[in-house]
Design a protein around this ligand. Structure first.
Ligand SMILES: [Zn+2]
Length: 461
């Protein structure tokens, strides 16, 4: 009876009709239509997300880093198994963007036409969105230091996420990240983690560590191993608090053959490793845990992983006369992801050049905020294997100052605002790889830059 009333709620139906008209109208005009259809829906019917018919499975993905990659990966994996999926991958991860995705998931008569909905949800909106869409699963990737002007301190973000009132949703959490692992203790949960690996230290390696003390008693935490920032396995000697045990534990990581060994209960599985960077392995583990909780078999998950490359806007690679040219997204304004990319590059074998194309201008084109550059570990780029660094874009001089402070020899640096002009100065001799680090907002420019790198290498080699 309740559902019949919902379906007949005229205000809701009117809002959906308008939302669909706006969506198809904008698409006809060649616009992306990620935000406005949902804006109309919610403005006309504030409870729009509660009324809309839900798919059999609704997955929300939130957290500081990795939510876009994880949500996209989940969508791709589900599609690879033959399921129909709606998502908000084309844009906005706020309530309005999510309302647009939900509009697309139903017919005009409010009948759901997909098997699953996968929603990337901004941390600030998770407490609003997750209950309204009746999430079955909520992935919280991590709570780490983010853009200072948007998210201040991780405790502030954790406080927002702690307000998610969705008691039946199963949480999929990273046991190696304590700030998110302890959230919403009343909810059912599954943890994933990566076991100690060769090379893991016991001292946080980054300039930034936002979780040095026990959140329960305030004593200094002890790391059994740590990978980056405060991500690792930790315990408190005073009160006994420790990182939770992980149901999904990656044991061996074979980057060379792109395989990872995963332990779940008594069983051990070997899966394709989509990418060998530790942050992408965490994303993959989160996706695998969700799919398994949904009831997919490991054979089915494995086959889907084999068929699914990582989203291209995050990672792209071409070979030019034996030189690997890799385009990687590094969220500028956000010190940890950039530091992690720096760390990843320095660990790769062979002689490398790095091109920094990290613009951190916000929507109002402000150029006042450079604090993130001093939280970022440019010291990782002061490595013998990195033979040249090209600092480009509006921040090129700031990058250069920071690189010099990190001890990078001046003769390794090229500093030019025009990235195509900077690429012309690439030293190609003996180079084995070139890494182009771009921001989400500069992806289209990075495609042009990749083409320029190809031409320079082809001309020189
Ligand atoms: Zn303690």
């Amino acid at each position: 009876m309740c559902e019949v009333w919902e379906a007949m709620n005229l205000r809701f139906l009117f809002a959906m009709a308008v939302s669909k008209c706006v969506y198809y109208g904008m698409r006809l005009l060649g616009r992306q239509a990620s935000y406005l259809p949902g804006w109309f829906a919610v403005k006309l019917c504030p409870d729009y997300l509660r009324h809309i018919r839900k798919a059999e499975t609704v997955i929300c993905v939130t957290g500081t880093d990795g939510k876009t990659t994880t949500a996209n990966l989940l969508s791709d994996l589900l599609a690879a198994t033959g399921r129909t999926v709606a998502n908000n991958r084309i844009g906005s991860n706020t309530e309005f963007g999510i309302a647009t995705a939900m509009t697309c998931s139903v017919t005009l008569s409010n009948r759901c036409r997909v098997d699953a909905v996968v929603l990337e949800v901004d941390e600030h909106y998770a407490r609003i969105v997750c209950p309204k869409v009746r999430s079955d699963y909520i992935v919280i990737t991590n709570v780490l230091r983010d853009s200072l002007q948007r998210n201040a301190h991780p405790e502030y973000v954790a406080g927002k996420l702690a307000q998610i009132d969705c008691p039946h949703a199963k949480l999929i959490l990273n046991a190696d990240e304590l700030c998110s692992a302890l959230l919403l203790p009343e909810n059912p949960r599954v943890y994933y983690a990566i076991a100690r690996q060769e090379g893991d230290g016991v001292t946080p390696p980054n300039r930034v560590n936002d979780c040095p003390d026990c959140p329960r008693c305030g004593a200094a935490l002890r790391y059994d191993y740590v990978r980056y920032a405060h991500v690792g396995h930790v315990h408190c000697e005073k009160c006994g608090l420790a990182s939770p045990a992980a149901e999904w534990l990656a044991m061996a990581l074979d980057g060379e053959h792109h395989r990872l060994t995963l332990r779940h209960g008594e069983e051990t599985y070997t899966l394709p490793m989509l990418h060998d960077s530790v942050f992408n392995i965490y994303n993959e583990l989160a996706a695998v845990a969700v799919l398994s909780e949904m009831g997919l078999s490991m054979d089915e998950i494995c086959a889907a992983l084999e068929a699914t490359p990582l989203t291209k806007t995050r990672l792209d690679q071409i070979q030019v006369k034996g030189v690997a040219v890799v385009s990687m997204m590094a969220k500028s304004n956000n010190s940890l992801p950039v530091s992690m990319v720096f760390d990843y590059i320095r660990r790769k074998p062979g002689k490398k050049a790095v091109i920094l194309a990290l613009d951190d201008l916000d929507e109002s084109k402000s150029s006042e905020r450079i604090g993130w550059i001093y939280d970022t570990d440019y010291e990782f780029l002061n490595d013998e294997s990195i033979v040249q660094i090209l600092a480009t874009g509006v921040r090129c001089w700031d990058h250069q100052v920071r690189l010099l402070l990190a001890g990078v020899p001046r003769e390794k640096l090229v500093c030019k605002q025009d990235e195509l002009a900077a690429i012309e100065q690439l030293h190609c001799k003996d180079l084995e790889s070139v890494y182009l680090l771009h921001d989400m907002s500069s992806y289209s420019r990075s495609v042009t830059a990749m083409e320029k790198i190809r031409k320079v290498l082809e001309g020189a080699l």
